[in-house]
Ligand binder design. Structure first.
Ligand SMILES: Cc1cc2nc3c(=O)[nH]c(=O)nc-3n(C[C@H](O)[C@H](O)[C@H](O)COP(=O)(O)OP(=O)(O)OC[C@H]3O[C@@H](n4cnc5c(N)ncnc54)[C@H](O)[C@@H]3O)c2cc1C
Length: 457
């Protein structure tokens, strides 16, 4: 208690215990299935507060959690029985439009950054669901609709302010602590608590062409074939996510189709809008969509288009793999899996990467995986208390096993579930793994930052 009072006296931020106002929100995370309970939450007001929290956890042997947007599938932000540094309230974004840089607070959601940068017609590559945290997404790599143009989010990271396990505040960039900077570019939260990210911006939009288009699942074979053809020749400005999904009970879906199986595409074309019809010709050639919401709209709208499909607090489980290409067997396997799926709310997806992501050397940042051209994923969601939850989880796990032979051998650290072992972390970093271990030994030899896809020193 004396130690706690001491910490409370040294920080400007809020210290919370169970029952305090704001406690539930502070420990809340997106995946209800992964929820755990810490002993204590510190909501730091500054990097100095973060340093005090880090020192407190280290000196008292407390597990340490770091919460940005709270969206990791494995619920890694919350340390069971430990101290959580809840940065989710630190959501300021400062844009320097002339230098084309955004200085991003550690609790920012994607929407905060997209909104602030789009006010200047600028953007940096971020993910597809606007409530996801920028810090966690960036530290693991970061991919989204603009990845094919501008690479991983970490390819656009210019600098980061980090509080290390020793409590020191460092600014890491290409010329300052370059080893730490290299590791932060994909090595996850293993190296410290990031209190600011500075990201390079590019002219994008503000209008793009995008939205959703879908056909009955019965047409999946030809739609998937068209997807392969489209993505094989797509310009970098085009990113398309292929989904096999149940029709949502939304007004834009004919009522008799609600809950039935669809085969759809989520599209973002950020190039010259006069070229849209030519670029999307393989999609249009399919004809007769059941749902066609493609159109010209603000980039920020496309970025939040899928938000409602994955609401916070439900139970989620998924398996994903990086792919180097799409072969016939994989596409047939996806159709078979979805046709047999027992989970009412499940989807299978293919996300097109490639382009700028493939152009850099494998050791340009810890993130690696420069051979990834697609991500394949299978996801189930259900409500808390679902009686068939164990069966659903097993089905997703088995489906993941079936997809594994098509993998590059790696799966994105930001998508790894709690049951993925250390071997998967190692495989994902490949040749970069040993270098990450060296940097970890230098900056966190006691492995204080272990509540993540862990690099063991
Ligand atoms: C619905 C949904 C959609 C997604 N879509 C995409 C997508 O399109 N593209 C993509 O790349 N990823 C996507 N992801 C994955 C996402 O990148 C990861 O879940 C990421 O960890 C989210 O970051 P967060 O800050 O919200 O998570 P948190 O759970 O808060 O943090 C995850 C981990 O990141 C670390 N961390 C967070 N903040 C900090 C910090 N300030 N300093 C140090 N470490 C920190 C900690 O280790 C923490 O355990 C998605 C996830 C979900 C749930």
């Amino acid at each position: 208690m004396i130690a706690l009072d001491d910490l409370a006296g040294r920080v400007g931020g809020r210290l919370l215990r169970a029952g305090d106002p704001g406690w539930e929100e502070a420990i809340g995370i997106w995946n209800g299935m992964a929820a755990t309970t810490p002993a204590l939450v510190l909501q730091p007001g500054s990097a100095a507060d973060v340093a005090a929290g880090v020192g407190f956890a280290r000196d008292h042997g407390l597990p340490l959690g770091v919460k940005g947007g709270g969206h990791h599938i494995a619920g890694t932000a919350i340390a069971e029985g430990g101290l959580v540094l809840d940065l989710s309230g630190r959501r300021t974004v400062a844009v320097d439009p002339e230098a084309r840089v955004a200085h991003v607070g550690p609790g920012c959601r994607l929407a905060d950054v997209d909104r602030a940068t789009q006010a200047h017609g600028l953007a940096t590559p971020l993910g597809f669901v606007s409530e996801v945290g920028v810090a966690g997404l960036t530290l693991g790599g970061g991919l989204g609709y603009l990845t094919r143009r501008f690479g991983w989010t970490v390819d656009n990271l210019l600098e980061a302010e980090v509080v290390g396990a020793d409590g020191r505040v460092r600014v890491a960039g290409p010329d300052r602590h370059p080893d730490l900077f290299w590791a932060l570019r994909g090595g996850g939260g293993n190296f410290g608590v990031v209190t600011r990210l500075s990201l390079r911006l590019h002219p994008v939009g503000p209008d793009v062409y995008g939205g959703l288009i879908a056909w009955p699942f019965e047409r999946a074979a030809e739609v998937l074939a068209a997807y392969r053809e489209l993505t094989a020749a797509a310009p970098r400005e085009l990113a398309v996510w292929q989904l096999l999904l149940p029709a949502p009970p939304a007004p834009f879906v004919p009522a008799e189709w609600h809950g039935r199986r669809l085969c759809g595409m989520a599209v973002c074309y950020s190039g010259d809008l006069d070229d849209t019809e030519r670029v999307l010709a393989p999609i249009r050639a399919l004809g007769e969509p059941l749902v066609d919401l493609l159109g010209r709209r603000p980039y920020t709208e496309v970025q939040s288009y899928l938000d409602d499909t994955e609401p916070s607090g439900r139970h989620y489980y998924w398996k994903t793999e990086f792919l180097a290409g799409l072969d016939d067997e994989l596409l047939a396997g996806l159709r078979e899996l979805f046709a047999a799926c027992p989970i009412p709310e499940a989807d299978l997806g293919l996300l097109h990467l490639g382009g700028a992501l493939n152009e850099r050397a494998g050791d340009d940042g810890a993130v690696g995986n420069r051979d990834a051209r697609y991500v394949v994923g299978v996801k189930g969601m259900w409500s808390p208390g679902e009686p068939a939850a164990d069966r659903f989880r097993k089905w997703v796990r088995d489906a993941g096993t079936r997809l594994r032979p098509f993998s590059t051998g790696a799966t994105y650290v930001n998508f790894q579930t709690a049951d993925e072992g250390d071997g998967r972390v190692r495989a994902t970093y490949g040749a970069n793994y040993e270098r990450l271990v060296e940097v970890k030994r230098r900056y966190d030899p006691g492995n204080l930052f272990r509540g993540n896809r862990n690099i063991r020193p």
